[in-house]
Ligand binder design. Structure first.
Ligand code: THU
Length: 135
């Protein structure tokens, strides 16, 4: 099981490579897996603003491109704002795909400057549509 502090540190480190010249809002995400692995992502923006990729989505894409199909236990998300950063709606859905594949309900650590709000993904995305509904 991955330590919260380690996961948060990995998310913060990932935010340092953010490509976010348009928003100036650098986000980092770190996915913690049952085998002890951590996969990170950061937001990648585009001159065509609407094409921005969120940190969590980049992390999930990286993990799945490595062959991961489950085992997602925890996710840390960091941003520069005053409040703990809760994943956007699209990212909740993208995280849910990987979570449901492995039948886990990962803890989402929404990291702010002074506090960490910890919520299960099922609380952030109740009654989720996912791969289980396609069978
Ligand atoms: N962003 C993320 O990376 N994750 C989220 O959950 C919310 C928003 C990024 C997208 C954009 O590059 C910047 O933050 C401002 O919205």
């Amino acid at each position: 099981m991955i330590d919260d502090d380690e996961l948060i540190a990995a998310a913060r480190a990932a935010a340092r490579t953010s490509y976010s010249p348009y928003s100036g809002f650098a986000v980092g995400a770190a996915l913690g897996f049952a085998d002890g692995g951590i996969v990170t992502g950061t937001n990648i923006e585009n001159a065509s603003y609407g094409l921005a990729l969120c940190a969590e989505t980049v992390a999930v894409a990286r993990a799945m491109a490595e062959g991961r199909r489950g085992g997602l236990l925890a996710v840390a998300v960091t941003g520069p704002g005053e409040a703990p950063l809760t994943p956007c709606g699209r990212c909740r859905q993208v995280l849910n795909e990987l979570a449901q594949l492995g039948e886990t309900d990962p803890q989402i650590l929404c990291v702010g400057p002074d506090e960490v709000v910890r919520l299960p993904l099922s609380a952030l995305l109740p009654h989720a549509f996912g791969p289980a509904a396609m069978t």
